[in-house]
Design a protein around this ligand. Structure first.
Ligand code: NAP
Length: 383
């Protein structure tokens, strides 16, 4: 790990946690990660009824696991309750037989979330399409589900008197500015990504997240001032997975094991651990003083250091395709996850208000690579 670079983010975090990140054993197995999340979020028995939208997704599956581990009853929404690839892993979670109820809901169907939100005291809205490739109709595939879907969920919350709401936004709604990140610039929650720039660059997912979060704050102000709505803004989320389907952020790491990435990118990436995102969701709902946006960034890391962490976590029989040569920065093809220069992000608000003690990118990457669900989903690229 390039500790000098990591320090740019982590110096703004708790020094004690920095030590702990390196001392903790790998929580490689999903069951272990659930335990860690419950502990991170406070494991007292909690009998409230909470809704998680997009329950089958990567972040949401871990969130459902953590909420069940805390004793909550969870109303999870999925697009198809009949699809075992989206539901079997949720039904198998400890506590699910008694306290998990699945509801069908689609972001683009008005009123779709009404039933799931009935009887709930809080809502965690994670559902939103997250993919970059294969976009043929950005409005239909990404922007409308993100924006109309969010308003649809918030409308159902209002209808059902659900006044504690945590929305998963993204650093996509924070990072990108025309002026970039000159030396000395510190990214905080006050910063908004430039929507026009994202549209010009055709990064439609980024546009969807900017528009969706703006819609949240407009709705909160004009339509639902009595609610306490919090946005969490994670960067690329990495760490153990529960769902048996490859998600976009885990696929970024999978590309190194599969042989898709033939060289180590020369630049940097910011990463946050899925367990810390889950802990932030739970703390944001529980802590009455939590408000506004929360940047969630565990650290900025050099790809060269992350590939070393991948090697640590990956069993030797699966590590054969990990690249070792670092790409020539002048010759390498642009890749959205390879930042040419480092940046500084201040996540002290999440540490202070939500009690998040961020894991390091090295830990997140190593633990994902050591995860058996992840390993089973990596498909080697054949020549
Ligand atoms: N992972 C990251 O690196 C990252 C970083 C920052 C922010 N986020 C945000 O975190 C949230 C969860 O992302 P994730 O990584 O967990 O992605 P994911 O695994 O792809 O999960 C996305 C979820 O959204 C649901 N969804 C998509 N379109 C839908 C629609 N039209 N109606 C109902 N549900 C729909 C999906 O349902 P299906 O299973 O039916 O497709 C899935 O459950 C998203 O809001 C994402 O923007 C993620």
């Amino acid at each position: 790990m390039d500790t000098g670079l990591c320090a740019r983010v982590l110096l703004l975090l708790e020094p004690a946690r920095l030590l702990c990140n390196w001392m903790l054993p790998a929580e490689a197995h999903p069951a272990a990660s659930q335990g860690a999340m419950a502990a991170a979020a406070g494991s007292s028995a909690d009998s409230k009824v909470v809704c998680v939208t997009g329950a089958s997704g990567y972040v949401a599956s871990q969130l459902v696991a953590a909420l069940l581990a805390k004793g909550c009853t969870v109303h999870g929404t999925v697009r198809s309750v009949a699809n075992p690839a989206k539901t079997a892993h949720l039904k198998a979670l400890p506590g699910a037989a008694d306290r998990l109820k699945l509801f069908e809901a689609d972001l683009l169907k008005a009123g779709s979330f009404d039933e799931a939100l009935a009887g709930c005291s809080e809502c965690h809205h994670t559902a939103s399409p997250f993919f970059n490739d294969g976009v043929t109709d950005a409005e239909l595939q990404l922007i409308r589900p993100a924006v109309e879907g969010t308003l649809n969920v918030l409308g159902s919350c209002k209808k059902n008197g659900v006044r504690t709401i945590v929305v998963t936004s993204s650093t996509a709604a924070v990072y990108g500015r025309r002026e970039g990140n000159p030396a000395g610039h510190v990214i905080t929650e006050a910063q908004w990504a430039d929507e026009d720039l994202a549209a010009e660059n055709k990064v439609h997912y980024v546009v969807s997240k900017i528009k969706a979060e703006r819609a949240v704050w407009a709705f909160a102000e004009k339509e639902f001032p009595e609610a306490r709505i919090v946005a969490v803004n994670p960067t690329l989320v990495v760490g153990p997975m529960l769902q048996p389907v490859m998600n976009t952020s885990s696929a970024v790491i999978a590309g190194f094991l599969s042989g898709e990435q033939t060289a180590v990118p020369s630049g940097y990436i910011t990463i946050v651990d899925v367990r810390d995102v889950v802990a932030a969701h739970i703390a944001a709902a529980e802590r009455e003083a939590a408000s506004g946006r929360y940047l969630l960034v565990g650290g900025v890391a050099k790809w060269a250091d992350l590939v070393a962490s991948m090697r640590e976590g990956t069993p030797s029989e699966l590590a054969g395709k990990l690249p070792s040569e670092i790409a020539d920065p002048a010759a390498e093809a642009p890749w959205r996850y390879n930042m040419k220069s480092t940046l500084t992000v201040d996540c002290s608000k999440a540490t202070k208000d939500l009690g998040i003690e961020f894991r390091s990118p090295a830990t997140s990457v190593r633990d994902l690579c050591a995860d058996s669900v992840f390993q089973s989903l990596v498909k080697p690229v054949t020549a």
